[in-house]
Structures are given as structure tokens and as C-alpha cells.
Write a protein that binds this ligand. Structure first.
Ligand code: 13P
Ligand code: SF4
Length: 347
């Protein structure tokens, strides 16, 4: 039964005591995130991982790239476990190392040594390592402006991986016109210039999040028509046109804080993952909170971490069995850490 499941998770957690830390991303299910020792957005979880000292095991409730980042930052001190190995991220899967190397060859033959690679943390450890080796750094949705500003102080052009939307939305905030952004299509190995062929300052990898892509401009028009005084807040993984129409855009942590400080009676349409929108609606009955898209928009891979998987991981550890260990090979980890540390020292 459901109670039994909760009880067994609580018992296993208690038995492991200080030997265990559970980290949970804001997109996790309610019944899983309840058990997290720390919850946060990707930047906060990376910071917590970097500072973890005492526990032997970190059970990461989130997706694969986040567990990799945790392993990279905790090094040999902690063993990182992902309760379901199928909890990937379709965006991270949109850039593989070979493709990025091809792209880099194309770009350096066109523009020489004028480019710095920057990757959203939603990418594989191999991509982070590539970026670290080529003088670049990682970025999250909560520090994108700061990191991109730094990047443009280093080089004239930025290759932004793998989310074109976060790249475009942040570039526009920094005053870069769309006409100076082009898109690299890894399938065709070609640059696309949707806004005219000016000398580009940003080269955006043609990747996206399949969840956030479901929030379209028409949804903003629809909610505003229905509720004229509604505030629209979206994650910057949403497409540019949607972000432009919204009142605010920011990381999951930014969205949570915006709702927390709003007065009672505020109406919100939120463009981000379903579990978080739902939780905010439950936690703030004094406000009116709906999803920007009335169709449920879950991240299927985040949702793969459920109580049976969490329980299995914990009971395995109680029995001395380490299953679903995330371990990035040390050379990759070393270069990926260079890219992540550059980011952490700036944010
Ligand atoms: P943040 O945690 O940085 O807001 O990112 C959201 C996300 O899509 C993680 O996959
Ligand atoms: Fe990846 Fe999008 Fe899911 Fe985040 S919400 S983990 S970017 S698929």
C-alpha cells in the first residue's frame, strides 16, 4: 500500500542516517521530493553537491545529467545513485560529442579563434568536458546572463549548447539582436540564418526541451483573454516568442520565489513542468495558479523517479548493494569540473 511504501522508505532512510543524502530537483513528484534532504534548481543542487562532506551516498532524484554533475563535483568522496537509469533528458541527448566536435571544426574554419563554447548544464558530462577543454564553461537557467556576459568578455562569439531557446532568450536580454544569432543544425552540419545573414555573435545549437516547447504564444493570448489581470511567468527554456509575451521568465527557483513574494489574490499562469506548477498551486491557495498550457505538461523522465525506484535504491544500500551508480570516467570528470568550477566561481 501507499502508506507501507512511505514507511519503508522512511525506515531505510533512517537506517542509513548520515551515510545518505537525498537530493531532489523541483520537478520531482510530490511523493518523492518529500524525502529529499535538499531540494533545489540545478544550480542550487550543484552547489550543495560541491559542499557535501559527510555522507557516503548521494541518491539523486532528478535526471541523469544532474546525477553526473553531482558525481563530478563530489569526486571520489561520494557514491552517486540514480534510482532509475532511464531518467534521462531529451535535451541533453540532442548534443553528442562527435556532433559537437564536427560543429567546432566548421566554426573554427569559418571564424578562427574567436569563439568560446558555453553549455547549459542540461548536457552530458562529455560535452561539459569538451567545453572545459576549449576554454569555456557551463551555465544554468539562473545564472545565464552573468555567465554569457563573462563569455563575451573572453571572445567575440559564443557557441551555445544545447538549448537554442535559453541561448536566444539570454542573448536578447544582453542586447544582442536576433540578426546576429544563427542556428547550427547537427543533422545537416549547417548554419541556418533565420534572421538574415549578418556576421553572427551567437551560434545556437539546434536543441530544445520537449516539455517547455509546449508553451506557445497562443497559450499566452488564451489565458490573457480569459483572465485579463493574469501574470504569465515562464522558464527560459520556452521559445523566444512565448518569453517575449510573458511578464517574467526565470529558472525554477526564480519562479518559486516570484510566487512566494506575490500578494494574496495574484493570478498566475506558469509555463514550466507540471509537478512544480501543481505543487505551487497547492502551497499557495491564497493565489490563483494555473498552467500556461491546460494540457498537462510533465517531464516524463523526471517522473520516472517514483517511490518504488527510490525504495529499491535505499533498501539496496541498506543491504550493502550499490545499484545504478553514476560514475563519470575520471578524465572526462576532470575537464567537466573545469567548466563547472568556472561557472560556480562566477555565480
Ligand atoms: P532549472 O533547475 O535550472 O530551473 O532547470 C530546469 C530544467 O529543465 C532542468 O532540467
Ligand atoms: Fe530535460 Fe526538459 Fe525534462 Fe528539464 S524538463 S529534464 S530540460 S526534458
Amino acid at each position: 500500500s501507499s502508506e507501507e511504501l512511505d514507511q519503508r522508505i522512511a525506515d531505510a532512510k533512517k537506517e542509513l542516517g548520515h551515510r545518505l543524502t537525498i537530493l531532489g530537483h523541483h520537478y520531482q513528484r510530490d511523493d518523492v521530493i518529500r524525502f529529499a534532504d535538499y531540494r533545489g534548481d540545478s544550480l542550487q543542487l550543484a552547489r550543495i553537491a560541491a559542499d557535501l562532506k559527510e555522507s557516503e551516498y548521494v541518491v539523486f532524484c532528478g535526471v541523469h545529467f544532474m546525477a553526473e554533475t553531482t558525481d563530478i563535483l563530489t569526486g571520489d568522496d561520494q557514491i552517486v545513485i540514480l534510482p532509475d537509469m532511464n531518467a534521462g533528458c531529451s535535451m541533453a541527448d540532442m548534443a553528442d560529442l562527435e556532433e559537437v566536435e564536427e560543429c567546432w571544426d566548421v566554426l573554427t574554419s569559418l571564424y578562427g579563434d574567436t569563439i568560446i563554447p558555453v553549455t547549459y548544464v542540461n548536457s552530458t558530462a562529455a560535452i561539459k568536458a569538451f567545453v572545459g577543454q576549449h576554454g569555456g564553461l557551463t551555465v544554468t537557467s539562473s545564472n545565464a546572463e552573468r555567465i554569457l556576459t563573462y563569455a563575451f568578455n573572453q571572445k567575440a562569439k559564443v557557441l551555445f549548447l544545447p538549448d537554442q531557446h535559453l541561448g536566444r532568450n539570454t542573448g536578447v536580454k544582453l542586447g544582442i539582436p536576433l540578426s546576429q544569432m544563427c542556428v547550427y543544425d547537427p543533422k545537416r552540419m549547417e548554419l541556418e540564418f533565420p534572421h538574415g545573414q549578418e556576421e553572427p555573435r551567437m551560434i545556437l545549437w539546434k536543441g530544445h526541451c520537449s516539455v517547455h516547447q509546449k508553451f506557445e504564444p497562443k497559450h499566452v493570448h488564451q489565458v490573457r483573454e480569459q483572465y485579463p489581470d493574469i501574470r504569465v511567468i515562464v522558464h527560459p527554456e520556452c521559445m523566444y516568442e512565448t518569453v517575449q509575451l510573458a511578464d517574467e521568465a526565470g529558472s525554477t527557483d526564480y519562479i518559486i520565489k516570484a510566487i512566494r513574494k506575490a500578494p494574496a489574490g495574484t493570478k498566475w499562469a506558469i509555463g514550466t513542468e507540471h509537478n512544480l506548477v501543481n505543487r505551487l498551486a497547492q502551497e499557495h491557495p491564497e493565489q490563483f495558479i494555473i498552467s500556461l498550457n491546460s494540457m498537462i505538461c510533465p517531464c516524463l523522465t523526471m517522473n520516472r523517479i517514483d517511490r518504488p525506484h527510490l525504495l529499491r535504491s535505499l533498501e539496496n544500500l541498506v543491504n550493502g548493494k550499490e545499484e545504478n551508480v553514476i560514475r563519470v570516467d575520471r578524465e572526462t570528470a576532470q575537464w567537466a569540473k573545469v567548466a563547472i568550477d568556472r561557472m560556480l566561481s562566477l555565480s
